[in-house]
Design a protein. Structure first.
Length: 143
């Protein structure tokens, strides 16, 4: 029997002003990107509530990507700094609870003019999640 190739399900929370624009430009430019990232457009990476990330994992995501403007370039001045603090808090919670989710969660900075960088981040994160395999939370939470 043939083994099926694992295609990870990744939820990407992308800042409207930078990361989403870069992703859109990457798509229009036909840059090679994996189809595994399901995009959720948010006005600012700082508005991504940690519960959104946890909910994505509990609903079957194998990875979660939060991408926003570079520090100092946020359209809402300090939104991405809030995102950075929330990401650190989430990683701390994962480690404290003994969940092996730290490698499945990524915060990246991508400017609107960096379509090739977004494609690179998407490919790299997808490869890392592929190597980790399916999310262990799904099995543990619903057995």
């Amino acid at each position: 029997m043939e083994e099926q190739e694992f295609i990870p399900k990744i939820v990407g929370f992308l800042c409207n002003w930078c990361a989403y624009t870069a992703a859109d430009t990457a798509g229009v430019s036909r840059l090679q990107m994996p189809p595994s990232i399901m995009v959720v457009r948010v006005m600012c990476s700082g508005r991504v509530d940690p519960l959104f990330v946890l909910s994505a994992f509990l609903r079957g995501a194998d990875g979660v990507l939060v991408a926003g403007c570079w520090p100092g370039q946020c359209h809402y001045q300090k939104g991405n700094l809030h995102a950075r603090r929330r990401a650190a808090m989430l990683k701390s919670i994962f480690e404290t609870l003994g969940l092996e989710m730290t490698d499945r969660f990524r915060l990246s900075w991508v400017s609107a003019s960096e379509a090739p960088r977004f494609a690179e981040v998407a490919r790299g994160f997808t490869k890392e999640v592929e190597q980790l395999g399916p999310s262990p939370i799904w099995d543990e939470a619903f057995l």
